[in-house]
Design a protein around this ligand. Structure first.
Ligand SMILES: [Zn+2]
Length: 413
């Protein structure tokens, strides 16, 4: 294919001057050409072509953020959940879902996506409830929005169904997957036979050729450890690297020797593990004293080389009233809940919402020549502050386009 002259791509040409890519290192100039990072150097020459220049004056430039586990179909709905338990959340949601129209859903999902993008998010994965054929209208709405937002954000969708529960439910999941949903999903711990549900989910993945993203062991019961079965089936089906597991709460409650055995299998299966600290702090450990944190064993999994990620989960719905599609807020919460508070661990918490979920998404992970220019400018002079003090985001670049630019004016008397 013939390449068009560079001048035909003015909006994806940038020269970002004096960017902070790493703490205690010289500032760097970053040249973006045709949506990709072309050069990085301490001082690049002034180019005479039409690249737009922006002097970041030492501000932090991070890889674009990725929110790997959300529920766009439930967001900005009702906060009615008196007990704060998962079971009441499911019941409240079941009632509310009947009332919401597709145009109403499209409005709130646009709001969610714009909020995320302004926070620096360039990739987001959402689970979508697929109980029966009536949910396919929601699938259609979200696929339409994916096309509408395709220049600004990469979206991946998971069919959050109930594999193996009935022929009608499996048919609805198959339809959703054929319409363009990317992942087979499910929440086996909520089903009457969790092990059979895991088996059925893998069977559906084999049948459709789709990868898996499952809600796993969102419970305090140390004996509910389908995580081990998921790891074993991943290896048995040669799906290493293609399976994502969210929550994995019961792993934290299991005896150390059991947890060690399971985590070794998780590492061997190359599972992507997503911790969801906001939602787990809200839902887990209700009526337990002392109240546990409810999050999985983040540090021990990282020590085994597992691709651990952190994500929002539910935002402003019966499952969780909190959140703003802000992965830096989630990294901060992950640091709190996993006790990752030394400087090297705080940098690692940043990986949980940048390079690690980008890997799970199938993207290049680093700011390096040749990588897509998916970037976020953070209003801070130190990378560590991105996790520690949650500074404002000033711009999000997607494939070299500055898709949103935020200006802040502070006026003192
Ligand atoms: Zn979830």
């Amino acid at each position: 294919m013939k390449e068009q002259p560079e001048g035909h791509y003015p909006s994806t040409h940038w020269l970002l001057r004096r960017a902070r890519l790493a703490d205690n290192q010289p500032l760097q100039d970053v040249l973006i050409r045709k949506g990709r990072i072309a050069r990085i150097a301490a001082e690049l020459p002034t180019y005479t072509d039409d690249a737009r220049q922006w002097d970041l004056a030492g501000r932090v430039l991070l890889p674009g953020l990725v929110d790997l586990h959300t529920h766009l179909d439930k967001t900005y709905s009702t906060l009615e959940n008196q007990s704060g338990t998962l079971l009441e959340a499911i019941a409240v949601w079941g009632r509310f879902k009947q009332q919401r129209t597709q145009p109403e859903l499209a409005t709130v999902v646009r709001r969610a996506l714009c909020t995320a993008i302004a926070n620096g998010v360039i990739g987001l994965r959402s689970h979508i409830d697929i109980s029966d054929a009536s949910d396919l209208a929601t699938v259609e709405t979200l696929l339409t929005l994916r096309r509408e937002f395709s220049v600004r954000i990469d979206l991946q969708f998971v069919a959050l169904g109930q594999p193996g529960q009935s022929a009608a439910r499996d048919a609805a999941m198959l339809d959703a997957l054929q319409m363009g949903i990317d992942f087979v999903g499910g929440a086996p711990a909520l089903m009457p036979d969790p092990a059979a549900t895991v088996e059925a989910a893998f069977a559906l993945a084999q049948r459709t050729g789709k990868p898996l993203d499952l809600h796993i062991d969102e419970t305090e019961d140390p004996h509910m450890l389908t995580l081990e079965q998921v790891a074993e089936l991943t290896v048995a089906h040669a799906m290493q690297g293609q399976v994502t597991v969210g929550h994995c709460c019961s792993l934290a409650f299991a005896a150390q020797s059991v947890a060690d055995r399971v985590m070794d299998k998780v590492a061997a299966a190359q599972l992507n593990v997503v911790t969801l600290p906001s939602c787990n702090l809200v839902l887990m450990g209700r009526n337990m004293q002392p109240t546990p944190r409810g999050v999985t064993r983040v540090k021990e999994l990282l020590a085994r080389g597992v691709n651990v990620c952190a994500a929002s989960d539910n935002v402003h719905d019966p499952f969780n009233p909190f959140g703003a599609y802000d992965p830096l807020h989630i990294a901060n919460l992950a640091a709190h809940t996993a006790h990752m508070t030394g400087a090297p661990e705080l940098y690692q918490c940043l990986d949980l919402v940048t390079t690690h979920p980008r890997r799970a998404f199938g993207h290049t992970t680093a700011i390096a020549p040749g990588a897509p220019a998916d970037l976020v400018v953070v209003d801070a002079q130190r990378v560590l502050d991105a996790v520690v003090s949650l500074p404002p985001r000033l711009a999000t670049f997607k494939a070299g386009r500055r898709v949103v630019h935020t200006t802040i004016e502070q006026v003192w008397a």
